[in-house]
Design a protein around this ligand. Sequence first.
Ligand SMILES: NC(=O)c1ccc[n+]([C@@H]2O[C@H](COP(=O)([O-])OP(=O)(O)OC[C@H]3O[C@@H](n4cnc5c(N)ncnc54)[C@H](O)[C@@H]3O)[C@@H](O)[C@H]2O)c1
Length: 364
Amino acid sequence: MKTQALQVELADRSYPIHFESPREVLARQIGHLRDAGHGLAAIVDQGLLEAQPTLLADLGLQPEECLALPAGEPTKATEPFSRSLSFLADRALNRDSVLFALGGGVIGDLAGFVAASYLRGISFHQVPTTLLAMVDSSVGGKTGINLPEGKNLVGAFWQPEAVYIDTTILQTLPAREFAAGMAEVIKYGLLADAELFNELERLDTLHSGSPELAQMIRRCCAIKARVVAEDEKETAASGGRALLNLGHTFAHAIENVAGYGDYLHGEAVAIGLHLAAILSVELGHIKAREISRISDLLQRYELPVRLKQNLPVEDLMEAMRRDKKNRSGQLRFVTLQKIGQAVTSDGIDPTQITRIWEEASAKA
Ligand SMILES: NC(=O)c1ccc[n+]([C@@H]2O[C@H](COP(=O)([O-])OP(=O)(O)OC[C@H]3O[C@@H](n4cnc5c(N)ncnc54)[C@H](O)[C@@H]3O)[C@@H](O)[C@H]2O)c1
């Protein structure tokens, strides 16, 4: 039976997330667009193409319509961004053209920003191929690239026309990448769905072939869709979309200081979730025993919960001071009131955070 699409309801328009939409469904959609005269282009992850060499042909995309970019975070940068824009311009794509993003969060974020920028905005479709992209980055319209000065410093809110999720594509995803996506799944349980967290604790460790996986992904997307619908551009004075960044203030600082390569995004998030739990205990919100529940679950997926090697705490603090979530010059964190409920916490004493970093490093 076909699983119903989930709608992301926004003020201006809504769009569907199609689940269990196999390649044929997407190939049909691509065919319809071509028949209707839309110019087509796809930005594709090179690593994905190496793992799935027939993918473009299966989708009916012509090689000249596709720009393959190297796998990895360095692709979310100004040079690949400008190369992608030139690719669209060389193909003389116009305002009716449609761009497909085929890959993980790196390609989705980059291609989304390309779509937002080219001719002041063309339509784009997200085809997430990593677990992380399925549960998080492909939904919600945050697009952008990194600068040497920091992560995601340039970008736009630009919502896709549709998102197509097919869990069978995850069969070739390396185990370490799958685990990195699980960090975001665990994040959703922590911030909004205690039952999801409990279920993850109860279930055997999930993998790309687990029968429960599709439902888990749908549950995460439903949480993201609800939060985004309520606060699309993250302007709520407290709570709202910022809650989706649970663990990310720590994670972005780690990625920024360690450089991209040592930690996958989801691995940095795993450490961030652990440190956010420690902060939540220190603020008196959750009990100390909850920290081990959270770190045990993360470690079941072989995710790190501490820094792999020490990083200069002053540099980590400096990276945090530049975090986009900060308000009025004060550090802002997302903390847990309990498992399944997160809040934004402003005005946290920086010395407290310095101590948490030292603790996270000391046992490395
Ligand atoms: N926009 C948002 O709301 C949002 C949310 C969360 C994360 N992000 C961003 O997402 C990025 C991380 O995304 P990611 O974890 O998907 O990493 P990624 O895009 O780098 O992909 C991870 C790796 O998996 C490979 N790959 C992709 N699909 C594959 C498949 N099906 N089979 C085999 N290999 C495959 C890629 O080649 C790559 O090496 C970060 O830049 C992060 O900032 C954005």
